[in-house]
Design a protein around this ligand. Sequence first.
Ligand SMILES: [Zn+2]
Length: 448
Amino acid sequence: MRIVVRNSPAHVLADLDDGDAFALRAWYGNASSGDDEAIALSVIRRVKVMNGWIECDCLEAQHQPLLAPIQQERTFTLRRLTPKDNDPGRHEERPNHALACPFHVDKDASPALIDRGYHLRPPPKSDRSYIDALPAIPDRLADVSGQDPARSSERNDRPSRLGGVLWRMLDRAGTNVIPPLQDGVDFTLANQLSRLRSASRELRVLRTWTLNALLSTWGPDYWNPESRWQQLLATSRGDWPVGLRRTGFMLLFSTSVSTQSVMPASTSRTIDILSKVRQPLRGDPATRRPFLTLLNVDFQDDDEGPVRAVQAYAQPVYNGDTLFPVESGFERDVSHLLLWLQQSLFDAAPELRISIIKPLFAMETPIGLCRPDFVLETAYRDQQPRRLLVEAFAMETEEYRNAKEKTIPRMKHLGPIFAVSPEDLTEANSERTGRRLQAWVVDKIGNG
Ligand SMILES: [Zn+2]
């Protein structure tokens, strides 16, 4: 990346080093450490002072995407200078960022609903037990930014930070793992929620408050000031540092969501969300339900009123018993195939143990990060355990496919790959696909 003259990007003012570029991307992609944010902030300030723009370097093309520094009171952020698709006078010299670049602009009609970071999420910061206390409302936080100006200028289309919190809970609770049938796990919504609660006991919002203590999994609590949850939120009041807006969380299995509301299964009422409900961008929105939704609340503009849901992240799940995360209706179909595979091989070979894993974070390989759609871990008697990957190749955009193609060589470092397309799961083909997958798994284990 480099700093170029505003409105005349062919003229270079200064180069940004790799550390600066890394920090900017990490900040924008919500994958930053405190150090990254400090660097990002200083870079944006510097560009602002120089009255320049930042030229990205994510494309292999003559013209690179441009970013303009913006200052709103004490808050700094970057605006992405990308023309609208249907703008007749569009600037050819202002291309969109590469799909894998965190600055990529989504041209979907509802950019606030989606999460582009899905295929290249950062690895989990496993050493951290704190979760980020969340800004209540992005556009209002611009003026309460004393401590952390860069962070509070959150844009709607950045990957959802609530999503990040939810994935960490799911990961810690092992909700993204269907264990071998030999373990005899009894899947119920109540069991799964209680495991998630245990995991959230290990995450802290404040020094003295765990995520679990500030979390409700019971929809009606939202309207009940006498509920234990709301009582605890009130008790926590004095422990919130000045400058952090106090918040509470609800984790709700939801039969459906809309742009600005969540329909929890535990109540017939609907919870309206002040900003938008975010969810991963994969496949047809009509087939994504049901969801596991994490939302956070504040206490109205004066911090005195009744709880108010401000943001939500809706993670599609396989069903309400497992809460196994999927990212689309098609991934749900593929999960169904994998559960069938697990059962059929258990019947045929009771000593063969198979776990089904949905990776929520990127995995490291010698040639970079990747996140396979599904991983099967197999163990048979005293043979070496094996890791097999199953990739769901849905009918996505060309752009998405290209991005995925890039990570396939990385995935090959993790294990052999079995590809499933929607065509494979049609009524006419699904049985044959199942047999083919069975034979493939048996072959891989045999040749392990
Ligand atoms: Zn870029």
